[in-house]
Write a protein that binds this ligand. Sequence first.
Ligand code: ZN
Length: 244
Amino acid sequence: MRVAIVSDIHSNLAAFEAVLGHARAGGRVDALWCLGDIVGYGPFPNECIALLRTYDCRVVAGNHDLAACGRMGTEEFNGAAAQAAEWTLAQLTPQARSYLSELPLTACESDFTFVHGSLRWPEWEYLLSSEQAQAHFELQETPYGLVGHSHLPLVCHEQPPGPPALRPAADGERVALGDERLILNPGGVGQPRDGDPRAAYALLDSDARVVTYHRVEYDIAATQQAMEAARLPRWLIDRLSEGR
Ligand code: ZN
């Protein structure tokens, strides 16, 4: 089975379409696993939800999804994120809103546990340190964990008895699924933050037991123009070109 693993689409339809096109170019995509933040920041929330739902998908909620359907307030968001969340809330169709309102915070599928942030703090924690990974592993009941939220492609090996080791995952990197427990972050589809503006995702080949990280070019200007037309905050528009 080939599974596209995506996170942090953030209403960036051009980036999401490019990622799915890349995944399909290599063969049939049997399922789509999404680690949250389908919406927020970008200009096409309804379209991204609709496209996601055309796949056999397994999805958990991110903080932006919760804010966009009123399950979470925006007090903890920065100004631009809160403004985009309010814009999204006003744009969502009743169907899209009800879809977001029913998403779970965690899910399991075969050997994988999904969560947006971390198992300790599903909707908020950025899993970026060895200590945070350790706390997550203590709650992870499957061999492999999938997280998003930081928009940074990462691989974390548990490697007991030492502390877990985290490292960035490069474009084209292949991670074998063996006996060692792992936490993987595919990076952000719709708002990369590692200095590379290309959309990020990962592809699981469950027969070969390998996850491959990918970066995909997309039409950044098309998303930026739609954001300008929607009067979304300038900082959110500019950061897409920089991948920050
Ligand atoms: Zn996000």
